[in-house]
Design a protein around this ligand. Structure first.
Ligand SMILES: *[C@@H]1O[C@H](CO)[C@@H](O)[C@H](O)[C@H]1NC(C)=O
Length: 384
């Protein structure tokens, strides 16, 4: 009680203080007609070379944001269409995470917190019919319309208007293992075959392709200029407390043994990736995680990966240690703790960043888990 009282007094004191004219910040005229005032400028977004959609906060409402659509005109110039959208009630847009967050994570310095208009409105006697803000795309069951923008549901998924979301397609033989977060068998396609069904896209004109290998059957081939981009990981760690992470992959490095080659990571941004396996110059392989309590990337170095030989590489982060396994033998570990940092980066397979430090060689059977695998489990994966 006492604490609450003191807090109230100091709150009142702040507001009772005489108004001092602020000479540094000129007073802003209230907008005459806020409805037509252009409050945001989508051309200020960093779309990158190929980007079509970006997001900006709505300064007039902390619950809302703008989806900025960039269109390329025939002459190569760009036009921008802002689509106003709002988070679900009681959630707030957080620009630095590009997602809607709960009250605990909100940042409201640069926007106005709008009180819910219906706070005192009594519950309606009948439940109003749910309205789906998304639309169907005629003839394309795997797509939906979001504010006029056609978006994909992902492999084997279809849009269900009644449920207003994407669901597994009825004719897809969806036998999946929900224990694994992402799984790339590289047998029929380059897609994730876990229940997540994350879509992967090529990052450059040179494509990652499937090829036949004498030892491992059908595998993915990276030619040193190609990689896959998995957007599902983009904001994966936001609002989550991920203290365990495991990755396993079969790799065979066939070229560019002098340079750095990204195997699996989400390095695409300014800081260290949340998780990373890469082959370095010469016979070096590193694994790392970046957490909220370790500001620097922790890496395991000096592990030889033989060129032109299949090697099974795995890393396990269990909240206490990061351990690297080669052919299911622990080869190095470091003490690390904390929650894995969110980096707003897609996952790269075969590049250290989208568009640079490409891996040249083959990969097979990538497994990613949001839990710590045991040595037994790593051994099983290395036998597949
Ligand atoms: C790892 O396993 C592969 C396939 O069995 C083998 O060719 C390679 O030599 C092994 N590497 C080591 C360091 O044992």
């Amino acid at each position: 009680m006492k604490v609450a009282f003191i807090a109230l007094v100091s709150f009142a004191a702040v507001f009772a203080a005489p108004a001092v004219p602020d000479v540094l910040v000129p007073a802003v005229e209230p907008p005459k007609n806020p409805a037509v005032l252009p409050v945001i400028d989508c051309s200020t977004c960093d779309f990158g070379p190929y980007g079509r959609v970006q997001y900006l906060a709505d300064p007039l409402n902390c619950n809302c944001f703008y989806q900025c659509q960039r269109l390329t005109e025939i002459d190569g110039s760009f036009t921008y269409i802002p689509h106003h959208q709002c988070c679900a009630p009681s959630l707030f847009w957080r620009q630095s995470w590009l997602t809607c967050v709960t009250d605990m994570f909100k940042v409201t310095e640069n926007c106005i917190v709008q009180l819910p208009a219906d706070v005192n409105t009594p519950e309606p006697a009948t439940t109003p019919e749910r309205i789906c803000a998304l639309g169907i795309v005629p003839g394309k069951p795997g797509f939906f319309l979001n504010e006029g923008i056609e978006q994909t549901c992902g492999t084997n998924m279809v849009f269900d208007f009644d449920l207003c979301t994407c669901i597994p397609g009825t004719d897809s033989d969806l036998i999946c293992d929900s224990d694994v977060l992402l799984y790339y068998p590289f047998d029929e396609d380059l897609d994730d075959h876990s229940c997540t069904r994350a879509t992967s896209t090529q990052t450059s004109e040179a494509s990652v392709v499937l090829t036949s290998d004498v030892d491992r059957g059908t595998v993915a081939k990276f030619n040193g200029a190609s990689s896959l981009h998995v957007g599902y990981i983009y904001n994966y760690f936001a609002d989550r407390y991920v203290k365990q992470w495991s990755m396993a992959v079969w790799v065979k490095r066939t070229g560019n043994t002098a340079g750095l080659g990204g195997v699996i990571n989400n390095g695409d941004c300014v800081e260290a990736p949340s998780f990373d396996i890469h082959v370095g110059g010469g016979d070096v392989t590193s694994c790392s995680v970046d957490t909220d309590s370790v500001s620097a990337m922790v890496a395991i170095q000096d592990v030889a990966i033989t060129a032109n030989v299949w090697e099974h590489v795995a890393m396990v982060y269990d909240g206490k240690d990061i351990t690297m396994y080669r052919n299911a033998s622990s080869v190095a570990h470091l003490a690390v703790q904390g929650n894995i940092e969110n980096r707003q980066c897609p996952m790269n397979i075969g590049a250290q960043h989208a568009g640079s430090d490409y891996f040249e060689g083959l990969m097979d059977d990538i497994y990613i888990y949001e839990r710590a695998l045991s040595l037994d489990e790593i051994t099983k994966l290395s036998k597949l």
